[in-house]
Write a protein that binds this ligand. Structure first.
Ligand code: SAM
Length: 220
């Protein structure tokens, strides 16, 4: 799928404004590229840093660890506190553990990261409440199920950030949807309608990266 959600030159312009990343993250980006592992795009990484600077979360939950790129960048942005991150794949979980060990050796101040191996929906049912921010970045067809399990775990005033919600632009245009992606796109549209109309949420859908939805849990 070639379709993108912003023009290439706009994306390139925005990216050259981003702060230079250090060797630790550059190495992870290279690993991800070589092995075709999807990680957050640079402007989404910066958006997560910004949300952490604004919200100052103490407890963060991530669904979808992969090699631990986004969890590490959030841990460093937080400087203290806790991140729980959930990953289904044994291979990814092993790679992420290595990443977290390197992060701990390379940087003095960071949140402590707990990797929870397992299927997200099963893990979510067993977690203790009290998160300030959640990053959803796993199986796109299951975002609505994740959200319904996550909402009781998040403090009022908390943030839920969902990645890849515009799915290379296909969510906005039927003509761009290859047959094999029709179900994912249909479910993502349902998810976006759900979070945009949910009475307990205020949501903004942003056309950065592959599309990011920022949802704020209203304080009643
Ligand atoms: C897009 S990657 C995560 C990238 C990571 N957040 C980053 O930016 O560095 C999605 C990950 O979710 C994991 N995943 C997919 N379905 C899952 C499920 N049902 N439960 C837990 N993890 C799942 C995949 O194995 C994959 O590693």
């Amino acid at each position: 799928m070639e379709a993108k959600i912003v023009e290439k030159q706009v994306e390139a312009y925005i990216r050259q404004l981003l702060p230079e990343r250090d060797a630790f993250f550059a190495a992870l980006e290279q690993t991800a590229e070589i092995s075709y592992i999807p990680i957050v795009q640079p402007e989404v990484a910066q958006f997560l840093r910004l949300m952490i600077a604004l919200k100052k979360p103490v407890r963060v939950l991530e669904i979808g660890t992969a090699i631990g790129y986004s969890a590490s960048l959030m841990a460093l942005a937080m400087q203290a506190g806790e991140i729980d991150t959930i990953e289904l794949s044994d291979e990814m979980a092993a790679a992420a553990q290595t990443t977290f060990q390197k992060m701990e050796q390379s940087f003095e101040r960071h949140a402590s990261v707990r990797l929870i191996k397992g299927e997200a929906k099963t893990v979510l049912e067993a977690l203790d409440a009290g998160y300030d921010m959640v990053f959803i970045d796993a199986a796109k067809s299951h975002y609505k199920a994740y959200l319904n399990l996550v909402m009781p775990l998040v403090n009022a005033g908390g943030l839920i950030i969902s990645d890849n919600v515009l799915y290379k632009g296909t969510v906005a245009d039927d003509a761009l949807v290859p047959k094999k992606h029709k179900t994912i796109v249909k479910r993502m549209r349902e998810y976006l309608t759900y979070i945009s109309t949910h009475p307990s949420l205020t949501t903004s859908v942003l056309s950065i990266g592959d599309g990011v939805a920022l949802s704020y849990i209203k304080e009643e």
